[in-house]
Design a protein. Structure first.
Length: 182
């Protein structure tokens, strides 16, 4: 979409390949592909191996009309579950926020993560820590939802029904805010 805005049609200029994220990363390492669109953790691993980012997704989001970075990963549960487990969800989100705070403030909290990732050196851990902390949402659910709707409209505009189906709007029920779900 950003390419279309710049007058480029990647459907004619590129030859996309699809695969599981680890396979895509390995094909990039082997030189069998020139670029890759990856999940953050695979991108971070590639960065720690000397690859560099071609573009930040937050820049793409802003070019498409978002006012800030939009969270790309979330939790999935039904409205019925949310209604019957409000207290548990509130405690869970509070615990998750506390864990993110600890990871942001205490480098020693990364030791168990480093052991599981089997990183080659401290520089690789620094890249993981930096990218993880950059990805932690810092905006309200309301702000995230507003920008997600803007991005959805742009996807619908460019990709049409083939990409987004018949839905004209992004379902507001997709966004759960534990702060306002009393």
């Amino acid at each position: 979409m950003a390419a279309l805005g710049a007058g480029r049609d990647l459907t004619k200029e590129a030859r996309p390949s699809y695969g599981a994220p680890p396979l895509i990363a390995e094909k990039l390492v082997q030189g069998e592909t020139e670029t890759a669109l990856e999940f953050w953790n695979f991108s971070t691993d590639l960065e720690s191996r000397g690859f560099r980012r071609a573009i930040e997704i937050a820049d793409v989001e802003k070019a498409l009309g978002a006012s800030g970075p939009v969270a790309m990963i979330g939790y999935v549960f039904s409205e019925a579950f949310a209604a019957s487990h409000k207290d548990a969800l509130k405690r869970y989100f509070a615990a998750a926020a506390e864990a993110r705070k600890i990871l942001a403030e205490d480098p020693s909290a990364w030791a168990p993560i480093e052991a599981r990732l089997r990183l080659k050196d401290d520089a690789a851990l620094a890249v993981y820590r930096q990218r993880y902390l950059e990805g932690v949402p810092k905006r309200t659910v309301t702000e995230e939802a507003a920008d997600a709707r803007i991005l959805y409209h742009r996807l619908a505009e460019v990709g049409g029904q083939e990409l987004v189906g018949k839905a004209k709007e992004l379902d507001a029920g997709l966004f759960y805010d534990p702060a306002t779900s009393e």
